[in-house]
Design a binder for this molecule. Structure first.
Ligand SMILES: Cc1cc2nc3c(=O)[nH]c(=O)nc-3n(C[C@H](O)[C@H](O)[C@H](O)COP(=O)(O)OP(=O)(O)OC[C@H]3O[C@@H](n4cnc5c(N)ncnc54)[C@H](O)[C@@H]3O)c2cc1C
Length: 435
């Protein structure tokens, strides 16, 4: 039995790019929203730090783009592959006719801190509960009516008109209701590590290097290179078996300008393994419940699609549902659950196409590169066929379907509240934002 209960209109589970952006958008229009995040902060590495031209435009539409550009960031115009020692650009965003023709690299925790702090400061109906882990849904009268939450202080029930599960690729809500996503293709092991950067290093942006049956990715973070090593299953055991010296030699061979620093990979502890998978739910909603972002469709790191797609899901959700949520909040009328299908209808094709592109890149690029010394044919297409690069710039930069914020900003009736720090469920609504 939960010791505390909290009522809201929308309970968003997960404070990643999808959940944080949805929380901001709903609160911006006056919808009462609680975002639950199980961690104490957003400080986790290797979560995808790419903010695409389409996401920059969305930040502009909600009045945050200037503040975003005040964060330490790096603008990257091209994504390339080095094959046979020659760089081939796969995407060149500078050719897009958009307000922000580049990809901005910002640590994801800075991006999420900005969105949630601004939402809390500007919109009184936004509440973010950190250290709050959703355990499962509350069911009532055949529909989802809220979420059971574990907090340090004890268990909490968040009761809501709608629950949006944006809790990522290992979604607890998905697990709780027994929804099983379909795996699309084989999963991939990605091993991350860092190597220091020197002034004399090439100005590469993001670059993937392919050769000798190996793939290394290098992302320029100004003071260091964020390196990734893509392998099939069991990649870490393989490195352990062959020894770190062999791994360092592979790295030096493929990324020669790092050869003098490969010793910075000093032990296996310097390598972090993440499993990348692509999967998708067939059914994105149930009465009172909607899945968005990776919880609905897990993305792999290929082409850095996931964050952009998650943010666009949030925009499509707020565009489709804000009016009905405000009506329900204002009048007490039942929420029309059939509207949830609109979100899936709008986002399903673009998701399937994005995942298809990731799957195709994995199959025809990554898998064939890993199979042996042969070079995958895919990057050469971009060299020989000009429109391919143009198309890829558009697809990676803007997505297959670009979303724009269509919801209005509500009058800010109450004075701005400080960024969320210490929510107590017992507090009365007017007191909550003053603590
Ligand atoms: C190895 C790897 C590298 C990647 N690199 C990139 C990249 O460079 N660029 C890119 O665009 N995409 C990248 N992606 C994909 C990208 O990370 C995801 O697509 C994107 O983060 C999805 O956003 P989301 O908000 O849906 O989910 P997430 O980012 O996973 O956020 C979910 C949030 O929910 C919280 N949460 C989880 N369970 C609960 C719970 N029970 N209760 C409360 N909170 C909970 C989590 O702590 C997290 O904060 C990468 C993926 C992988 C696996």
């Amino acid at each position: 039995m939960a010791s505390e209960t909290l009522d809201t209109t929308v309970c968003v589970v997960g404070g990643g790019p999808a959940g944080a952006m949805l929380g901001l958008l709903l609160a911006r229009s006056g919808v009462d929203v609680v975002v639950l995040e199980k961690h104490a902060d957003f400080h986790r590495d290797f979560r995808g730090d790419t903010v695409h031209p389409a996401t920059l435009q969305i930040l502009d539409e909600v009045g945050l783009v200037e503040k975003f550009h005040e964060l330490p960031h790096q603008k990257v115009s091209t994504i390339g592959v080095v094959q046979d020692g020659k760089r081939i650009n796969i995407a060149d965003f500078s050719k897009l006719k958009v307000p922000y023709p580049y990809m901005a690299f910002v640590p994801q925790w800075d991006f999420l801190d900005l969105i949630t702090a601004e939402a809390a400061a500007r919109y009184p109906s936004f509440r973010l509960l950190m250290c709050s882990e959703a355990l499962g849904v509350i069911r009532e009268n055949g529909r989802v009516a809220g979420v059971r939450v574990r907090r340090e202080e004890g268990e909490l029930e968040v009761r809501s008109t709608l629950v949006v599960a944006a809790d990522g690729r290992h979604s607890a809500i998905r697990e709780d209701i027994g929804a099983k996503p379909r795996l699309i293709g084989a999963s991939l092991d990605v091993i991350f590590f860092r190597i220091s950067r020197r002034e004399s290093d090439p100005d590469e942006g993001i670059c993937v290097r392919i050769g000798n049956g190996k793939i290394f990715g290098a992302t320029d973070r100004r003071t260091y290179w964020q390196m990734s090593y893509e392998t099939g299953k069991g990649g870490l055991e393989d490195i352990r078996r062959r020894g770190l010296a062999a791994f360092r030699a592979d790295l030096a061979a493929l990324v020669p300008f790092l050869a003098d620093r490969v010793h910075e990979v000093a032990s296996m502890d310097d390598l972090s393994l993440l499993e990348a998978r692509i999967d998708r739910l067939e059914q994105w909603h149930a009465p009172g419940l909607l899945f968005i972002g990776d919880a609905a469709h897990a993305m792999s790191p290929v082409a850095g699609f996931g964050v952009n797609l998650a943010v666009q899901d949030a925009v499509a959700t707020s565009n489709a549902l804000t009016g009905a949520l405000l009506h329900s909040q204002g009048t007490g009328a039942a929420f029309d659950d059939t509207l949830l299908a609109k979100v899936r209808r709008r986002r399903r094709l673009t998701t399937a196409l994005s995942q298809g592109l990731q799957r195709g890149t994995q199959k025809f690029g990554i898998d064939s590169a890993l199979k042996g010394s042969g070079q995958p044919p895919a990057p050469k297409i971009f060299e020989r066929f000009g429109p391919a690069q143009k198309l890829m710039s558009r697809v990676i930069g803007l997505g297959f379907r670009q979303e724009h914020v269509r919801t209005p900003e509500a009058d800010r009736q109450r004075p701005p509240s400080p960024p969320w720090s210490a929510f107590t469920p017992q507090a009365k609504p007017d007191e909550e934002h003053q603590s």
